[in-house]
Write a protein that binds this ligand. Sequence first.
Ligand code: ACO
Length: 322
Amino acid sequence: MYSRIAGTGSYLPAKVLTNADLETMVDTTDEWIRSRSGIERRHVAAPEESTSTLAAEAARRAMQAAGVTAADIDFVAVGTCTPDFIFPNVGTLVQRHLGIHDTPAFSIETACSSFMYSLSMADKFIRLGEAKCALVIGAECLSRIVDWNDRSTAVLFGDGAGAVILTPSETPGILTTLLSADGQYSDLLYFPYGPSSGFDKLRAGAPGGISMKGNEVFKVAVNTLSSLVDKTLAKAGVDKSEIDWLVPHQANLRIIQAAARKLDLPLERVVITVQDHGNTSSASIPLALDAAVRDGRIQRGQLLLLETFGGGFTWGSALVRY
Ligand code: ACO
């Protein structure tokens, strides 16, 4: 038994912040942002929106594409590093928004790899016969944890959500997933306040947002993703020439280009959406996947390589016959 992607969906908040808008907020330029990251604009959630409402909207669209209803869903996994609350988890809030009852529902906090970790969990539940219709989401409101005065991070991140529905299939589907992490790098990319560490400072109005040593993150990301691609292909017994589409984490155009070079893939066969929404962490892969499915680039039967890298560091991949 395998799992297959039965439908995809995504949602971006209406408000758009362009590089030109950022030029009026911090000491930066459109040229700097484009040349270093490839980003042109990002979306920002409205005050009444939250990670779970973005997630639920993406989920509705994925359910519609898959032709399933809330009553069919029997597993809910959400990847996010910007949950609405410490608890209840975003999975249960999505259940509530959509009217899903009596299923496992949880969120995973492996930063930009959270969607991949969630997808891998859902895949295993379906393979084991313990789920028949899994809702897997990546959703973020990073605008809420960015320090808008810090030009080195404020220009990079955005809000959004993407979702897939996984159902059982006798043929793959998801051929393999690969997850990994290395905590020795935890101080290169992190958010400095949490419930058991620094929460009192946050309550007292401490400044700061996402902390990132961009250059060092860049180097480790490129090297790690390069070996991840090799390991994933070897695990599945697939040659890189068989890949139809690379659907990478949309953090930075230069990191994406390096991964494409490694696969000898022309950029025309890489789904690139970072220019339109910046780094949306766990949401970026399902957002890119949905964009390419809906505009007809990705066709049924094609082989996709999904790969990601994020804070922790954490990383992961999936080889998917769409
Ligand atoms: N506008 C103008 N200048 C800026 C800005 C800005 N927004 N931000 C930084 N600078 C300046 C710096 O102050 C520095 O100036 P200095 O030389 O006078 O000190 C100069 O630009 C160069 O800064 P670098 O950090 O060396 O720039 P770099 O070329 O490395 O690009 C970037 C920075 C885009 C962050 C890059 O390192 C990068 O992409 N790293 C990976 C980050 C990433 O992808 N993170 C997410 C991956 S994991 C995840 O998604 C969670």
